[in-house]
Ligand binder design. Structure first.
Ligand code: ADP
Ligand code: MG
Length: 332
């Protein structure tokens, strides 16, 4: 290899966040997967955090788009624009086109995979490769994925929760469910609306989740109430309401239980040897949703397996995707 040309990059193209890893450097970019567009001219107004701040606050002429939904591309053109912007931002000036590794959720269709590869090339990659997200998450979490021992990783992102057992460099069994961070936010919005007569926005619900949500209704009783602003459904006027953490915990129970069910089903499908390995080493949680309060305890209680949160859970997939760039020559 010669020192010219671009450094290869790995991209975690997530429903909530896009993270870029540059070979030899590590993570060089972390931005929300959001693009703001002018609805009349179709021009891009802003990308990333600036666009995210506009969600729920746009005038008629601007729309804030999240081009990824449930882990896959929902708006192809906007995804390309966003990736183009992030790829350019991650490269050194005057470097050539990089080879790019992008992760996709396990269980995506060939068509969805193809769309990611095409979008990445149109966005500026010389060549594009995909890696399955739970596999990348496991590498990023430091699990011994190549060893003849079973590991289990649960990646809870914005759109999907991906559960997988991994051994000898491959995924043994996996589940991908469309129940993750966004569904937690939606459940909170619905609950606050029906129990407090208050209409709150997506961003407010997410903040409430980060501030007080707990996977355990019992444990939530120890947390302090949170005041939240929204619109009173009766008067139609702005209103501040104190929300009890146990209510937030109750609101999200269904999503938490769906995640637990997916974990149990994946465990039931594995061989007794791998199940035994998982009991020994525990389940590792990655993704932003892994930071939900008391989630490890609740999963552990339901599965009778120890559960840990990876260090830097939000970065695991990007790190694993970046590390697997080493194998690009093999994949070629
Ligand atoms: P994706 O890979 O889908 O882009 P991420 O792994 O970046 O998703 O995680 C984003 C999700 O994590 C969002 O739904 C966000 O609200 C959620 N999240 C971030 N921090 C926390 C937290 N402290 N508690 C619970 N959820 C969180
Ligand atoms: Mg992710």
């Amino acid at each position: 290899m010669f020192g010219f040309g671009a450094k290869n990059i790995g991209i975690d193209l997530g429903t909530a966040n896009t993270i870029v890893y540059s070979e030899g450097k590590g993570i060089v970019l972390r931005e929300p997967s959001v693009v703001a567009k002018n609805t009349k001219t179709d021009e891009i107004v802003s990308v990333g955090s600036e666009a995210r701040a506009m969600i729920g606050r746009t005038p008629a002429s601007i729309v804030a788009i999240r081009p990824m939904k449930d882990g896959v591309i929902a708006d192809y053109d906007t995804t390309v624009s966003m990736m183009k912007y992030y790829i350019e931002k991650s490269l050194e000036p005057h470097s050539g086109r990089p080879d790019v590794m992008v992760c996709v959720p396990s269980g995506v269709t060939e068509v969805e995979k193809r769309a990611v590869i095409d979008a990445t090339k149109v966005a500026g990659a010389k060549d594009a490769y995909v890696i399955e997200e739970p596999f990348a998450a496991a590498i990023g979490a430091g699990l011994p994925v190549m060893d003849p021992t079973g590991s289990m990783v649960v990646d809870i992102g914005g759109g999907t929760t991906d559960v997988a057992t991994i051994s000898l460099g491959g995924i043994v069994s996996s589940r991908s469910i469309r129940m993750a961070g966004d569904k937690l936010d939606e459940a909170i919005i619905a609950y606050v609306r029906s129990h407090y007569n208050l209409l709150i926005g997506e961003r407010t619900a997410e903040q409430l989740k980060i501030d007080v949500a707990s996977a355990s209704v019992e444990a939530a009783k120890e947390l302090e109430s949170q005041s939240v602003r929204g619109r009173d459904l009766v008067t139609g006027l702005p209103q501040t309401v104190e929300i009890k953490p146990e209510d937030v915990a109750t609101a999200i129970q269904e999503v938490v239980q769906a995640i637990i069910t997916a974990i149990k089903e994946t465990l039931e499908e594995t061989s007794p040897e791998i199940a035994a390995d998982v009991i020994d080493h525990g389940i590792v949680l990655t993704g932003g949703g892994a930071q939900l309060r008391h989630l490890p305890e609740v999963i552990s209680e339901a599965t009778k397996v120890p559960v840990f949160v990876a260090s830097e859970p939000l970065d695991c997939v990007a790190i694993g995707t970046g590390e697997s760039l080493k194998n690009i020559d093999v994949m070629k």
